[in-house]
Design a protein around this ligand. Structure first.
Ligand SMILES: Nc1nc2c(ncn2[C@@H]2O[C@H](COP(=O)(O)OP(=O)(O)OP(=O)(O)O)[C@@H](O)[C@H]2O)c(=O)[nH]1
Length: 372
């Protein structure tokens, strides 16, 4: 028998602003990762673990969920270590671990936590930043810190190329900010998995991401913001954001829900979760995603046994009490569906189906482009 120690498992960090497409990309990897066994740690910002639910089906017991708050603000790395231990045990036979950060996490904090890990079975495998090409300018304007995240990335995925008015301009701009890291365009996170499994930081980059350097980044955070709670370094994106969770056993009426969504305040940047539309469609639940002004519904059959509306709303300057009250007012358990009630919802399903059809047609083309 060989005495050689088993190879260390690379741990990748998948980061990127709210709604940029991290979960979509992770799901793509899980379905298209070839023979590699992927373990995932999913960190949700909201109290309901929507992202973890979205990947759990594909992974079974190789997913670990760290909900309700940013992992980057954990007091120490011990909780993360515990989960890494679980995934890295030889019996799990995992080849690569992906940590999906919350959309408000500070990537350098996560890198620091991984570099501090004493687990001999793992090695830091690089930072992947996902960028929403359609929202990039607006996000940078609001959060100039994003530039810093790109500067420490090992791979930047410029996602939602299908939605951006001029994706090439965004790609060029990202290249100037990404400090030599690889930059690949994508739609629906469909990149060649090889990019990730090969994105180990170069020696140069390990040097760049020394503790001293990361602390330096943290110091500058403290200078440029006046937000932040007692346990959160100021300047962290999430210090300005709040999340509201809403759960209901009573279905929501489609008309009422659409009125709520159409009138959502600008500060409410992200909504995600699952909605029970009751008699309007008893067979399906509706996954809902809002990112800025973008809104989509994805109907899918209810999993056996569970019928619950679960939503997470994330925004800055939002009125949590008022939002909860508005959602309460959407409840409607009328036994018969109002025939036209679903029209408003279906408008946002249809477009997505068309997009995906177009996407499927372009898929081969896109992958070729990503390779080039
Ligand atoms: N048009 C388009 N939509 C996309 C693309 N990638 C993701 N989406 C949609 O964008 C929404 C958000 O995607 P997610 O993958 O949940 O984003 P995320 O980064 O995990 O979100 P948070 O965890 O909340 O930060 C969903 O409705 C996705 O279907 C893309 O390339 N093009």
């Amino acid at each position: 028998m060989s005495q050689a120690s088993p190879p260390q498992i690379p741990v990748l960090i998948l980061a990127g602003f709210l709604g940029s497409g991290k979960t979509t990309l992770l799901n793509h990897l899980l379905h298209r990762g070839g023979g590699s066994r992927i373990g995932a740690i999913v960190n949700d910002f909201g109290a309901i673990e929507i992202d973890a639910m979205a990947v759990a089906g594909a992974l079974g017991d190789s997913t670990v969920s760290l909900g309700n708050g940013c992992l980057c603000c954990a007091v120490d790395a011990s909780e993360l270590d515990l989960y890494l231990d679980r995934l890295a045990r030889p019996a799990a036979r995992i080849d690569v671990i992906v940590i999906e950060a919350s959309g408000l996490a500070e990537p350098q904090e996560l890198v620091k936590m991984l570099l501090a890990s004493e687990n001999p079975h793992i090695v830091y495998g690089g930072l992947v930043e996902v960028v929403d090409a359609a929202e990039f300018d607006a996000t940078r304007e609001k959060h100039p810190e994003i530039d810093r995240h790109l500067a420490i990335a090992d791979l930047v995925v410029v996602n939602k190329a299908d939605r951006a008015a001029d994706p090439d301009r965004v790609i060029r701009l990202v290249r100037t900010l990404a400090d030599g890291a690889a930059v690949v365009p994508a739609s629906y996170g469909r990149i060649d998995p090889e990019f990730l499994f090969d994105c180990r930081p170069t020696e140069e980059r390990i040097g760049q991401l020394s503790f001293d350097d990361l602390h330096r980044h943290e110091d500058s955070d403290h200078e440029d913001s006046d937000h932040g709670g007692p346990h959160e370094p100021r300047g962290h994106l999430h210090s300005a954001y709040e999340s509201v969770s809403f759960t209901s056993e009573v279905p929501l009426g489609p008309r009422r829900l659409m009125a709520f969504l159409d009138g959502r305040p600008d500060g409410l940047y992200r909504i995600k979760g699952y909605v029970d539309l009751g008699a309007a469609d008893p067979r399906n639940r509706y996954a809902v995603h809002a990112v800025g002004r973008f809104l989509r519904f994805y109907p899918e059959p209810w999993p056996p046994g569970e019928r619950l509306t679960q939503l997470v709303l994330i925004g800055s300057g939002i009125d949590a009490v008022a939002l909860r009250k508005e959602l309460e007012a959407c409840k409607d358990d009328a036994p018969h569906a109002d025939e036209r009630g679903m029209w408003g919802v279906l408008r946002y399903v249809q477009e997505q189906e068309q997009e995906q059809e177009q996407e499927q047609e372009q898929e081969g083309e896109g992958e070729q482009e990503a390779r080039g």
